[in-house]
Design a protein around this ligand. Structure first.
Ligand code: SF4
Ligand code: SF4
Ligand code: SF4
Length: 359
């Protein structure tokens, strides 16, 4: 199971699309300890435990990160469990000490970077709009040589998505091979924006095919995930995450959320599904559960219903205000992504290489 620790709401950046309402709230070490015990007790013994640290900016509280990691590793059951630790950072705070700590503790590293400066700095900046790209690029260039599996999370927004193919070009030029492109679902996407998505995703497909046909491996979630689903013939029930069953996110006070995107600040807990002291609230979970197209009239006759993420309560809620309804932007993005992946799949099948090689 995947667990997300929001160790702090502090952040040195002021990204325009940030969903965290910044404050000085930081997770007390006692709460962190209780969350760790909750995680290890809650996860079935044979299941992998993936713990991702995020914020705010988790490296602002580097000492806390060290303490929490040490608590995890001191658990008597730690050696017997399959535990993976990861960190997602905004890439502006990096030092020899941080690098050594992450390497010594076998952390996977993910850096948020929206692309080259002319794209990244539009949304991701310090106070007074001072861009953060110069620091993030420095960190990325250093980190790709040290962390073999480094990934980048790039958020796109109506103000930046027209240049999405430059994001891929830029990240590849730095040496990043694992790229997660995520739309800002909460942004105001117009119909005109949505209509452009097939063109934009097609440009990314060209980059992807260029690599695939040279037998070079690259992972772009928008494409690889859909190729995987196409190859297996659609989402299976086990692929569809239901709140609390495949992952949880913890706020600094110990409230539990189905996803990190539902955490906004320390007081807004209408989307929470429990807390570590009282456990999970089943009625809140039921409220968010969705089986996908069964609930949505527009999806019943859609050719893509088995390949679509319309079952994701988080993306649904952020695009439509309802847990069980995909909003117009999600629907348009899914259609464009599925069509793009189908075209890539066909191209790869027609070539000499097997499509499955790239998935
Ligand atoms: S780095 Fe993350 S937490 Fe900080 S302002 Fe940007 S989006 Fe928000
Ligand atoms: S693409 Fe749109 S209509 Fe089709 S299944 Fe997905 S959300 Fe429903
Ligand atoms: S509900 Fe959606 S966004 Fe949330 S964890 Fe599941 S798949 Fe991810």
């Amino acid at each position: 199971m995947r667990y997300i620790f929001h160790t702090t709401f502090k952040c040195n950046l002021q990204c325009k699309y940030c969903h965290i309402i910044k404050s000085d709230v930081t997770m007390p070490i006692e709460v962190a300890n209780d969350i760790i015990n909750f995680i290890f007790n809650h996860t079935p013994i044979k299941e992998k435990i993936e713990i991702l640290f995020t914020g705010g900016e988790p490296l602002i509280e580097f000492e806390l990160l060290k303490q929490v990691t040490s608590l995890i590793k001191k658990l008597s059951s730690f050696q017997d469990r399959d535990v993976k630790l990861s960190l997602i950072t905004n890439g502006t705070i990096f030092s020899e000490e941080i690098k050594k700590f992450l390497l010594d503790n076998n952390f996977s590293l993910c850096i948020s970077c929206d692309g080259p400066a002319f794209i990244h700095d539009v949304m991701r900046h310090f106070q007074y709009n001072r861009g953060s790209s110069y620091l993030v690029e420095q960190t990325l260039k250093e980190a790709v040589n040290i962390f073999s599996n480094i990934s980048v999370q790039a958020t796109y927004h109506p103000a930046t998505f027209r240049n999405l193919h430059y994001v891929i070009e830029y990240l590849i030029s730095i040496g990043v091979k694992n790229i997660y492109l995520n739309p800002d679902f909460t942004a105001h996407w117009t119909k005109k924006d949505a209509d452009l998505l097939p063109v934009i995703y097609h440009k990314i497909a060209n980059w992807y095919l260029n690599y695939a046909q040279k037998n070079e491996s690259i992972y772009i979630n928008l494409i690889n995930k859909k190729l995987e689903i196409i190859q297996q013939g659609g989402y299976m029930t086990s692929d569809k995450c239901s709140p609390g069953s495949s992952g949880m996110a913890f706020s600094p006070s110990g409230d539990i959320y189905p996803c990190d995107r539902f955490i906004t600040d320390s007081s807004n807990n209408e989307n929470s599904i429990g807390n570590i002291y009282e456990g999970l609230f089943q009625e809140r979970i039921n409220q968010k559960e969705t089986t996908g197209f069964d609930f949505q009239e527009k999806c019943i006759f859609c050719d893509f219903k088995n390949l679509c993420m319309n079952w994701c309560c988080c993306s649904n809620y952020l695009t439509s205000g309802f847990y069980d309804k995909a909003g117009p932007f999600l629907c348009a993005s899914e259609k464009a992504a599925i069509n793009t992946a189908i075209n890539i799949y066909k191209t790869l099948r027609q070539g000499s290489t097997r499509a499955s090689f790239f998935i």
